[in-house]
Design a protein around this ligand. Structure first.
Ligand code: ADP
Ligand code: MG
Length: 611
């Protein structure tokens, strides 16, 4: 028997390799754009016909190639970018596999014109299905121009898999954006079927985003920055109110390369949790720069996947940087929040402490306690909480609150503070038992009472569960609650956490429990309906969200309790509620992302009154 193994001819090997690297016109565009960037181009023009199926033409003013390099560039594994295996761990260029041109030339008709800036004559190379058809000197501008015609002309199966022109063009613009976003000092144009679709000049990063995605982005973006020796994370994130239901502009770049990274994407979505509705997605443009030795980009031919040496640390750093940016943008943008410099925290991995305006010490205010004006839940006189930042919102010198007559018809539903109220809190009042209005430096703040309760209770319960600190009050008359069998099982499952929260339940029968204690502050007479609504929330969250047990519990309970919170508040209670709200970690959104307060700027008030 004769031997049967033989080496494949280059043209076949290249075609097989092309199957991995060049999946559609957009993949060829990506490779060619990257080559132009690697060649140091400052201007790149991309011209397409029929979404790249008939023609992809890319012209750059980069380094250009010598005659023999021009010829060599079409060989498989021919590259100028790495020499030895070790170089793989120090990659600063976009290409390095030496596969792209060989692959493209295996499945298309390619015409390359290239000239180095110091050479007088350039080189023309024509290749078709891996075969060199022509090589000659030519006169051409410095840089490189590559025309790729009739992609997949010799792989009909692949060609027939291509989608509609609109879909393929979308893939191409996606690739174009990914490169144009990082290389903001490079000028780009994109023409399709002789129409100019994009033209961007050299600009800063924010301007580049705005010029690609539209001027609306100017006000939507918040800068993110975390710079340490090991890693730098910069870029922009979308303000929560602009989050959309579709997976919109989400970009990670590592060392100048667009990557997909579901795990890091999760870190950002996690940072936005509670700031945006559950079914919305944030937009982000995050640029990570790190030592190439700490990443592995060689895991897939298209190089959009990256392994980090320590992705957990990067996860934490990104999450913290994003939360930092969000915290600052939400409040500081809208309120003149004079926070003292002493509130600082160290984000993981930073040498420089970052100011966190919301990291206040906690007090144990319980908003569900019905207390008189001079009693707190423990029956002691009110003590001002040890939270200082919030008071700075007030401009006591400017606000003179003249107390009108209580029966003044003009003021209908607005309830005014008691005469006995503490003087400095008198610029707070309640409206329809649902809203609290207060004067702040920049105007007025309008707080949704129920939502504020929900946020405060949620954070308190979460703290309690996490620190396992029980605050129980014994029920005078233990009461009985019954559930469906499956709900009773659910209660069994979360019994330990319920206990920590302060619910003391004992099982009576299969689906009946005796409640002998509730968390301090719950003045609930109808425990059956409280449990039912709580379980309903809990189950809903279980199905729709990926929450851990404690978060879900705190959130569901806070939701059920807040519904019962509409009532008249005394001035001190309002003041206390405001203090508590602004000492929350996320004071401006409910756990499921609804807005808690709105600011009415003083200028607006002036405008309304034509002042
Ligand atoms: P890689 O980019 O992985 O090195 P390619 O097949 O994409 O492999 O390109 C092969 C080589 O051809 C590159 O290493 C580079 O030296 C050269 N080259 C390709 N495109 C250009 C260009 N636009 N300008 C200058 N040189 C280029
Ligand atoms: Mg390349």
């Amino acid at each position: 028997m004769t031997d049967i193994i033989h080496l494949l001819p280059d043209s076949v090997a290249n075609q097989i390799a092309a199957g991995e690297v060049i999946l559609r016109p957009a993949s060829a565009v990506k490779e060619l754009l990257e080559n132009a960037i690697d060649a140091g181009a400052t201007e790149i023009n991309l011209i397409l016909k029929d979404a790249g199926k008939t023609l992809i033409h890319i012209v750059d003013n980069g380094s250009g190639m010598s005659e023999s390099d021009a010829r060599m560039s079409f060989e498989r594994h021919a590259t100028s970018k790495i020499k030895q295996a070790n170089d793989l761990f120090a990659i600063r260029t976009l290409g390095f596999r030496g596969e792209a041109l060989a692959s493209i030339a295996a499945i298309a008709q390619v015409e390359m014109r290239t000239r180095r800036h110091d050479d007088e004559l350039g080189t023309l190379v024509e290749v078709e299905g891996s075969k060199v058809k022509n090589q000659a000197n030519c006169s051409c501008p410095a840089g490189t121009s590559i025309m790729v015609k009739n992609l997949f002309y010799n792989v009909p199966a692949r060609r027939s898999f291509l989608k509609t022109e609109t879909a393929e063009l979308k893939h191409i613009t996606d690739e174009f954006f990914r490169v144009a976003l990082i290389y903001n000092d490079v000028r780009f144009t994109l023409h399709h079927n002789q129409k100019l679709l994009y033209q961007v000049l050299s600009s800063n990063r924010k301007q580049r985003i705005v010029s690609l995605f539209g001027s609306g982005y100017n006000e939507r973006l918040v800068p993110v920055e975390h710079i340490s020796e090991a890693i730098s994370i910069t870029g922009f994130i979308g303000k929560p109110e602009f989050a959309r239901k579709s997976r919109g502009e989400q970009f990670f770049f590592v060392n100048g390369r667009f990557i997909r990274h579901p795990y890091l994407n999760h870190s950002i979505e996690n940072a936005y949790r509670e700031l945006i509705p559950v079914d919305s997605l944030p937009s982000y443009f995050i640029f990570i720069d790190t030592d190439p030795a700490t990443i592995d980009i060689n895991i897939h031919p298209t190089k959009t996947e990256v392994n980090f040496l320590d992705s957990k640390v990067i996860y934490a750093v990104i999450r913290s940087a994003v939360r930092q940016a969000l915290g600052l943008s939400n409040l500081l943008d809208s309120i003149n929040f004079d926070v003292e410099r002493s509130f600082e925290y160290q984000s993981p991995g930073t040498e420089h402490p970052i100011k966190n305006p919301f990291d206040f010490p906690k007090s144990d205010f319980n908003p569900f306690e019905k207390t008189g004006p001079d009693k707190n839940p423990q029956g002691l006189p009110w003590e001002k909480p040890s939270i200082k930042g919030w008071e700075n919102l007030y401009d006591n010198n400017n606000v003179q609150f003249d107390q009108p007559q209580k029966n003044d018809d003009l003021f209908g539903d607005i309830s005014f503070p008691d005469d006995s109220a503490e003087k400095e809190k008198t610029n707070v009042f309640q409206f329809r038992n649902r809203f609290i209005i207060s004067s702040i430096k920049s105007g007025l703040v309008l707080i949704d009472q129920q939502r504020a309760y929900e946020r405060i209770v949620y954070e308190q319960y979460l703290d309690r569960i996490n620190q396992s600190q029980q605050v129980v009050q014994q029920e005078l008359f233990p009461c009985q609650v019954s559930f469906s069998l499956s709900d009773a099982e659910l209660i069994d499952e979360i019994m330990a956490e319920l206990n920590v929260l302060g619910f003391h339940l004992n099982k009576l029968g299969k689906n009946t429990f005796v409640v002998s204690g509730t968390p301090s502050g719950i003045e609930e007479t109808d425990l059956q309906s409280l449990f039912e609504s709580f379980l309903e929330n809990y189950k809903k969250n279980l199905i729709e969200l990926d929450l851990d047990k404690s978060t879900n519990l705190a959130r569901s309970l806070a939701g059920s309790l807040s519904v019962r919170s509409a009532r008249k508040l005394y001035t001190e209670e309002m003041g206390h509620l405001i203090d508590e709200l602004f000492s929350c970690k996320v004071p401006d959104r409910t756990p499921d992302g609804r807005k808690i307060f709105a600011i009415i700027p003083e200028e607006q008030v002036n405008q309304w009154l034509n002042r």
